[in-house]
Design a binder for this molecule. Structure first.
Ligand SMILES: [Fe+2]
Ligand SMILES: [Fe+2]
Length: 383
């Protein structure tokens, strides 16, 4: 028997804005955060390498694709966040607002000129990169847990390379934020709640579903969009390196779960579908970037209604937000989660407005294409 959406999400409606905004991170001065991981560490005495050829191939590939954030990225590039914000096609300005016919008189934005919009863009960037960094640490911890809990040797081997990848990702985002940006933000409540849920679940496949399929699927799409729009050559380079790893990580999730899910009955699959739905909603909720508005002294509700994020119809049509799900949906389909139990998850993804991505290239094929980084590095080293 499926739980209702309200039971799964612990609130009345998927788009209940008051409930979403009522949750904020109140522990912003905490320096460590403990979560019980509820799992047994599993030894296997079956050391047959390559028993799962897909995972073995991925592991061999990963060994050759390690880069070094300290030496492979050109940290001498100067970053001027304000100039970048001015050049970015994503930044609002007074001319654009006039063109769009948006009336800001009688709002908190009435006195805003280009300078304030640039400040908003800079803070949004600080916020996004901070959340990426926190998410990367989530991946580091989750994947270390997978090394312990997955029963297959090929998966333990591969996961160990991902642990190293994630350490590099945390490292380069932290360094970029520290040395090139004007500030950083604590972890967003919705993101931390999702990480807590994933790490505290005792079932090893739930770590994969929450991290490799949902969070990393979204990260891969978000990094891809950021890569395309950023005018900063250093951030572009950094994102390209990170993405080449992430594509492999998502493929690791798909390969592992594809095998395991064939053994599950429909009640067990339903639990996975509910988990995927809850994760999708939490990830969407964090994009309201409420902490940025608070920091700028703008009432959060007002900012959100101005940008029409409180309109369920419009929210579901926001192409940028929808694109973030372009990796998750095909991978859920490939795993059989979209259509199991009479399309339970398909219906939920319909309400989020993201089902149209179901036949987009799934990451299993795509990671092969993202190997360019390794080739570039080999070419650079031979020069
Ligand atoms: Fe990562
Ligand atoms: Fe990753």
């Amino acid at each position: 028997m499926s739980r209702t959406d309200a039971e799964i999400l612990d609130r009345d409606g998927v788009n209940d804005l008051d409930a979403i905004l009522a949750l904020t991170n109140t522990d912003i001065s905490e320096s460590i955060h403990a979560v019980t991981d509820n799992a047994d560490a599993i030894f296997t005495w079956n050391y047959e390498k390559g028993e799962r050829p897909g995972l073995n191939k991925l592991y061999e590939k990963a060994k050759h694709s390690m880069w070094n954030g300290e030496t492979d990225l050109d940290w001498s590039i100067e970053v001027d966040q304000e100039r970048i914000a001015r050049e970015s096609p994503m930044t609002m300005n007074t001319a654009l607002i006039a063109e769009l016919g948006i009336d800001l008189s009688r709002t908190s934005f009435a006195s805003w000129g280009d300078e304030e919009w640039i400040k908003l863009a800079v803070e949004s960037q600080n916020w996004s990169l901070s959340q990426f960094m926190h998410g990367e640490q989530g991946a580091l911890v989750c994947t270390a847990k997978i090394v312990e809990t997955v029963p297959w040797i090929d998966a333990k081997y591969y996961a160990s390379t991902q642990v190293m990848d994630e350490a590099r990702h945390v490292e380069v985002f932290a360094k970029y934020l520290d040395t090139k940006c004007s500030g950083h933000y604590p972890v967003n409540h919705h993101l931390r709640a999702l990480l807590d849920d994933i790490i505290s679940d005792s079932r090893w496949d739930m770590t994969y579903l929450g991290m490799q399929i949902m969070i990393e699927g979204l990260a891969l799409a978000a990094f891809g969009l950021a890569y395309q729009v950023t005018p900063d050559p250093l951030l572009k380079q950094l994102l390209r390196y990170v993405m080449s790893d992430e594509a492999r990580h998502v493929a690791f999730g798909v390969l592992s779960l594809q095998e395991y899910y064939t053994e599950l009955n429909s009640a067990e699959l339903l639990e996975r579908q509910e988990f995927a739905f809850e994760a999708a909603v939490r990830m969407r909720d964090r994009f309201l970037q409420q902490e940025v508005w608070e920091n700028l002294g703008i009432p959060v509700r007002e900012a959100i209604s101005l940008f029409k994020q409180d309109d369920p119809e419009l929210k579901n049509q926001d192409p940028f937000q929808q694109l973030l799900f372009s990796k998750i949906v095909p991978n859920c389909k490939k795993l059989g989660l979209l259509d199991a139990n009479d399309g339970w998850l398909r219906k939920r993804f319909d309400t989020l407005g993201v089902t149209q991505f179901e036949d987009w290239a799934d990451t299993g094929e795509e990671y092969e294409l993202l190997d360019e980084v390794a080739k570039d590095r080999a070419a650079a080293q031979s020069e």
